[in-house]
Design a protein. Structure first.
Length: 347
């Protein structure tokens, strides 16, 4: 029903506008404990074969919602009713910021893809904390942290430290985002020296806690093999807990959408089916290069159980979805989890 009736109606409206309208509808539909329980019965798959222990956490299934969908932690409880094993909120910055000018979110239906140049639009870390204070401790929540646009790169560590320290008691793991293409010069922080310094600073703070929490690094799909080699070395030297591969891409090759339309959209990160193969390549490269010495969370072009299995076979431990969720609808997580159960039963 979603693809035949609901999606055509949603896709007639501006992508960002309808995104927040859907947030409002879900808030209303899943307001009561009864409606939440009903949704969980419809969309959740409970099977011990799906469970995964990682980072000292027990994931009920390996399918998570990637950062960017619930930037301000406004809907994590409702989204958790749709079958996800974990939800990642953010990217959040120390101070609230509007992000880039609109329009900044675009659909490419021929490619089942999105282009966004949101620019870390969010209400700031203090607002996020208020929404997380009463969260269900049984729901796994990750916090994706970044820097404010006005913060120069040489002072970026301060922004990440602020978010890390303030969010520490309210999330189960952290993701350091230095790979978004939509904040000017942010990807320069992926260079070996500044990235090592940033991660080591956060790790030192983490290790000083009475009980540390996992720190993961989210990387771009546009890194060269030499840069991926650096990532493996950085993980080894800083002892962070894993990698999320990958963020959106700036590559525009092999799209089915007309070149003129793509050029008219302009800058931004491309997500969805076009990034699937590259994301899998990065996961496999990191897994092989490191001799699977650290966990990998795969994200990029996952729409079906077969897509998820491809990522797991390449070396991923968990997977995340975003664009596929928009194109496939709320039943997607259940379909993938049921497909994974069948796969695990046959292997």
């Amino acid at each position: 029903m979603y693809k035949i009736i609901v999606k055509p109606l949603l896709f007639k409206q501006d992508p960002e506008t309808i995104h927040y309208k859907v947030f409002g509808w879900l808030k209303i539909l899943l307001k009561s404990s009864i409606s939440k329980s009903f949704a969980k019965r419809i969309y959740s798959v409970s099977d011990t074969r799906l469970e995964k222990e990682l980072f000292g956490l027990k994931f009920p299934n390996p399918i998570g919602l990637a950062a960017g969908f619930d930037k301000d932690a406004k809907l994590y409880e409702e989204l958790g009713c749709l079958g996800f094993g974990f939800i990642e909120v953010g990217t959040v910055t120390p101070l609230a910021q509007d992000g880039n000018p609109k329009p900044r979110l675009f659909r490419l239906p021929k490619d089942e893809a999105l282009i966004n140049r949101m620019g870390f639009n969010n209400g700031g870390v203090d607002q996020m904390i208020e929404r997380l204070k009463n969260r269900n401790p049984n729901q796994i929540i990750g916090g994706n942290i970044g820097k404010n646009k006005v913060t120069p790169n040489e002072e970026a560590i301060n922004d990440y430290v602020i978010c890390f320290e303030k969010l520490f008691d309210y999330v189960d793991y952290f993701v350091v985002n230095v790979s978004s293409p939509n904040t000017p010069n942010l990807r320069e922080l992926q260079d070996k020296e500044p990235l090592t310094k940033l991660l080591q600073t956060l790790q030192d703070l983490n290790n000083a806690k009475s009980k540390r929490k996992a720190i993961l690094l989210k990387i771009a799909p546009d890194l060269t093999n030499e840069q991926l080699d650096d990532i493996v070395e950085i993980v080894d030297s800083t002892k962070i807990d894993g990698i999320i591969a990958t963020n959106t891409t700036i590559d525009r090759s092999n799209l089915h959408t007309d070149d003129s339309e793509v050029e008219g959209i302009g800058a931004g990160g491309l997500s969805g089916k076009p990034v699937r193969n590259r994301s899998t390549e990065v996961v496999r490269y990191l897994s092989n290069k490191s001799n699977k010495s650290f966990p990998i969370v795969a994200v990029g072009g996952i729409y079906t159980a077969e897509d998820a299995i491809e990522k797991l076979n390449a070396g991923a431990d968990l997977v995340q979805i975003y664009t596929g969720f928009i194109y496939e609808g709320p039943g997607m997580v259940k379909r993938i989890n049921k497909g994974l159960v069948r796969h695990f039963s046959n292997n």
